[in-house]
Write a protein that binds this ligand. Structure first.
Ligand code: PLP
Length: 219
């Protein structure tokens, strides 16, 4: 439920992936979906997710027995997971509206701190619409962020940093490389802090969070 130049995310390329991990707007605990733009890849995808078998074709009556035809694994969600997701998707607009109201409330209440230069708020490019997945702040540096997290935690507010650059991870160092000069990646990652954001976040709790952020900056 977010767009780039008017097109829904997930529909831009040949393949699109959605995550329904527990941290996402619409969840099934663990799981996801792949969107395939060209039908010719669908049969193949069905085989890969069914352990490399043509079981789906068998169930459709297209083959008389099912067998192993490709590499694959067990990528299917259970029906219990799917039922949980289905209920969330039926309520997708309601979930979206609720998160967006929280997102907008955060932005409105924290705008004065941004105007005063204490922090930066999320920036949404004109060609994009977002789905209020997260609300983050960017503060001056790592030291400020560490102190702000401590201040929030002291007030029973769970605030987390996010996205440690992949190239700095042990596996990233082994298998990857940084392309170009690291002018922004590490420093932006050090400055970023996420505020509580979930369906059903109460406005009074959101206002409490904002008041503690203001307090941290002496306002
Ligand atoms: C989205 C997300 C995951 C799961 O992603 P998948 O693509 O479903 O594997 C795990 N951890 C965090 C913090 C995430 O944001």
């Amino acid at each position: 439920m977010s767009t780039y130049k008017g097109r829904a995310l997930g529909s831009l390329g040949d393949f699109g992936c959605y995550s329904f991990h527990e941290t996402k707007n619409y969840s099934m605990g663990e799981g996801g979906a792949i969107l395939i733009s060209d039908k010719k890849y669908s049969d193949h995808a069905e085989i890969i997710r069914e352990k490399g078998t043509n079981r789906v074709q068998f169930h459709r009556g297209e083959v008389d027995k099912y067998t192993w035809v490709e590499l694959g694994s067990s990528y299917l969600p259970s029906e219990l997971n799917a039922a949980y997701l289905y209920a969330e998707l039926e309520n997708a607009q309601k979930i979206f509206d609720n998160r967006m109201a929280s997102w907008n409330a955060y932005r409105e209440r924290l705008q004065p701190l941004a105007d005063a230069g204490d922090l930066q708020l999320p920036y949404i490019p004109a060609e994009c619409t977002h789905n209020a997945h997260m609300f983050y702040l960017k503060v001056a540096d790592l030291k400020t962020r560490t102190a702000l997290i401590a201040h929030l935690v002291k007030n029973d507010i769970l605030a987390v940093f996010h996205y440690v650059p992949l190239h700095s991870a042990p596996a990233g160092k082994r298998f990857g490389r940084f392309n170009g000069e690291d002018r922004y990646t590490t420093s932006e990652s050090d400055r970023l802090l996420r505020l509580p954001m979930f369906y059903g976040l109460k406005l009074e709790d959101l206002e409490f969070v904002c008041s503690k952020v203001r307090e941290f900056f002496g306002k």
